[in-house]
Design a protein around this ligand. Structure first.
Ligand SMILES: C[S@@+](CC[C@H](N)C(=O)[O-])C[C@H]1O[C@@H](n2cnc3c(N)ncnc32)[C@H](O)[C@@H]1O
Length: 280
């Protein structure tokens, strides 16, 4: 198989051609099947170049389960996949990604809240939805391994709420901010080089993060136009390094929990900025 490239094609079709146990980490945001019909007037319509984002919901979910199972096959034992999705409503009824995220072979390790700080649809049917979800999925290291290995404290301290502003880029309707795939890859590998996959690569944010982190990578993207942008970004990836470095600076710990416990100190002070709705 080819490394360090974007394959232009359908995610499921391409995944089926890849060998077992090949990648250490994956990060993706699939198309959300948002219907493209009832969009708020304040926010740009999310229309992809080559794909329709309006499919019968049962078919969409079946395909996502199939994609997640193929990803399970191609990730190495002990590897991780970070799957970004959001809560949607169809005629007032909640469609929760947990429905299909829990219907595949992965061990669901954590549901992370991606606090974007901005709502996509500013109507009053519900409290403004300012978050998306990131499902951290793990492949057991050996049969029966449902617990997996620990995160290094410098990553775990980042907490289960990630405050990262969404990216704006005229070349794609909803690319990742670089910090998001960088945080997933850096936390899972703790700085080791590894192999990274994104089956819905868009304009290549995950693969750019992987390259800057010294990893091998493979992206799959249906749109030749987005893949072209991804190739350009990969060529000039060093220009995005300052943003990566800013993210890496957030992964630090002064005193580990174990050291605090040994010294009889209280729990670590939160590094999260004060929030008006703090619960702790
Ligand atoms: C939410 S976007 C991903 C954006 C990406 N994270 C980035 O940073 O640019 C989903 C992407 O999936 C692509 N896509 C839609 N259907 C696909 C399919 N069947 N196979 C592969 N890619 C597909 C769309 O063209 C779109 O770029």
């Amino acid at each position: 198989m080819q490394w360090d490239t974007i394959i232009v094609g359908d995610a499921l079709t391409v995944l089926r051609t890849l060998p077992d146990d090949t990648f250490d980490v994956g990060v993706t945001s699939p198309p959300y099947n948002k219907g493209e019909r009832h969009k708020g007037w304040l926010v740009d319509r999310v229309l992809y170049d080559s794909a329709t984002d309006a499919r019968p919901e049962p078919l969409y979910q079946e395909e996502q389960v199939a994609v997640l199972n193929e990803l399970y096959r191609v990730i190495k034992p002990g590897g991780s996949f970070f799957y970004n999705h959001k809560l949607r409503w169809e005629r007032g009824r909640l469609l929760h990604p947990y429905t299909w995220v829990s219907r595949n072979r992965w061990i669901l390790r954590q549901e992370i809240i991606w606090h974007r700080g901005i709502a996509a649809n500013l109507r009053g049917w519900r409290f403004w939805q300012v978050e998306e979800r990131i499902y951290w999925l793990c492949k057991p290291r050996f049969p029966g391994d449902t617990i997996g290995s620990e995160l290094a404290p410098r990553h775990a301290l980042l907490s289960s709420v990630w405050e990262i502003r969404p990216e704006r880029d005229p070349r794609h309707p909803n690319p990742f901010p670089l910090e998001l795939p960088a945080r997933c890859i850096f936390s899972a590998l703790d700085g080791r080089p590894g192999a990274v996959i994104d089956p819905y690569a868009g304009i290549g944010t995950t693969v750019v993060a992987a390259k800057l982190l010294g990893c091998r990578f493979l992206g799959v993207e249906l749109s030749p136009q987005y893949a072209q942008v991804a190739f350009q970004r990969l060529e000039h990836a060093e220009e995005e390094r300052p943003r990566l470095e800013e993210e890496l600076q957030r992964h630090r710990v002064e005193v580990t929990f174990r050291e605090r416990k040994a010294r009889g100190l209280a729990r670590p002070p939160s590094r999260r900025p004060a929030h008006p709705l703090r619960l702790l």
